[in-house]
Design a protein around this ligand. Structure first.
Ligand SMILES: NC(=O)c1ccc[n+]([C@@H]2O[C@H](COP(=O)([O-])OP(=O)(O)OC[C@H]3O[C@@H](n4cnc5c(N)ncnc54)[C@H](OP(=O)(O)O)[C@@H]3O)[C@@H](O)[C@H]2O)c1
Length: 303
């Protein structure tokens, strides 16, 4: 049986991904920083205690897997003080370094990254995996993170960089944070709402990761975004329609800047990213349409 080792799997994306690998017959082992987090793992996944930022016995378990998934990273949705910015970068770069250094030749590494690689705001530009990187803080973090993962290529590891867009799931991430204000009828576009909103359904993310794990010819960066990209105001409209609530309260630019500081740039900018390499490789998205994706996630039947 093939084995997958997941680091950073105790957050939002990890449990979904582990369930997808388990359903495909993989044995799943997951790095857990603290015993209290063991219950984040789905039934059937085996916890391995350890800190991904430090060398330890966990690296031997990691080295015994054919597929390794790295999702480690301090959550970016916190106020960006200088110390927190260091943690955002170091948690990603150092964990990747520790993982890569433990892997033998022939392993597949699926490393998280983000469309933030291209910068927070690329206006109307069509972005593919060949586009140039951005210059802001998160873009620089993504570049260093990916560089560390790509070190594995020198050692015969097949490295796939999963540049996630905004991952939509009902139990975490951006959608969960937005649900309450929308349910209360207090939702609305952020700033002008004209910015592009590169989303992906969590189910498509999991299928695409398994697809990369199984296709030996694939490597390098992959935009994990739906081919049905919408503007932020269109996303808001679809969410309001699915929830049958009004969404007439735009959140002004200045308010976002006041509350979130530098992080606000992320909500106010947009990247019109296209999943070119996944499409070229023959991956079929189950949820290319935002309204259908939201209905599915919020368990609302189509009528
Ligand atoms: N969700 C999205 O929309 C999205 C979009 C683009 C990119 N990404 C990237 O995809 C990855 C997974 O996303 P997610 O939404 O599942 O993130 P998440 O819910 O915040 O989970 C992050 C994981 O990283 C671990 N972690 C956090 N800080 C750490 C530290 N200082 N040292 C070691 N481990 C640490 C957490 O462990 P504990 O549980 O022990 O804290 C958890 O397992 C992240 O790197 C994120 O940047 C996500």
């Amino acid at each position: 049986m093939k084995k997958v080792f997941v680091a950073g799997g105790t957050g939002f994306i990890g449990p979904h991904l582990m369930r997808a690998f388990l359903a495909r017959g993989f044995e799943v082992e997951a790095l857990v920083r603290h015993p209290t987090k063991k219950d984040r793992l789905p039934p059937g996944a085996r916890p391995v205690l350890g800190d991904p930022l430090r060398p330890g016995p966990w690296q031997e378990v990691c080295a015994s897997a054919q597929v390794v998934v790295n999702l480690v990273g301090a959550n970016i949705f916190s106020r960006w003080t200088p110390a927190y910015k260091r943690l955002i970068k170091e948690s990603r770069v150092e964990a990747t370094r520790q993982i890569v250094s433990s892997l033998p030749k022939g392993t597949v590494l699926l490393n998280a990254s983000a469309v933030g690689f291209y910068g927070a705001d690329r206006g109307e530009e069509e972005i593919t995996e060949e586009s140039s990187p951005g210059k802001d803080f998160l873009a620089q973090v993504c570049q260093e993170w990916e560089k560390e993962a790509l070190e594995g290529e020198k050692r015969g590891i097949r490295v796939c960089l999963m540049r996630f867009g905004i991952v939509l799931g009902s139990d975490g991430g951006a959608l969960k944070k937005m649900l309450l204000p929308f349910k209360l009828g207090l939702g609305g576009p952020l700033g002008s709402g004209e910015q592009w909103f590169p989303w992906i359904h969590i189910g498509d993310l999991c299928e695409a990761a398994c697809f990369l794990a199984e296709k030996n010819s694939l490597k390098g960066p992959f935009n994990f975004v739906s081919p049905g990209i919408v503007r932020q105001k269109e996303f808001v409209k679809a969410l309001a329609k699915v929830l049958k609530r009004p969404a007439v309260f735009p959140v002004p630019k200045l308010a976002l800047k006041f509350i979130f500081g530098e992080l606000a740039e992320l909500f106010l900018g947009g990247v019109k990213a296209r999943p070119q390499k996944l499409l070229e490789a023959g991956f079929r998205f189950r949820f290319p349409d935002i309204e259908q994706a939201l209905k599915n996630l919020l368990k609302i039947s189509s009528s």
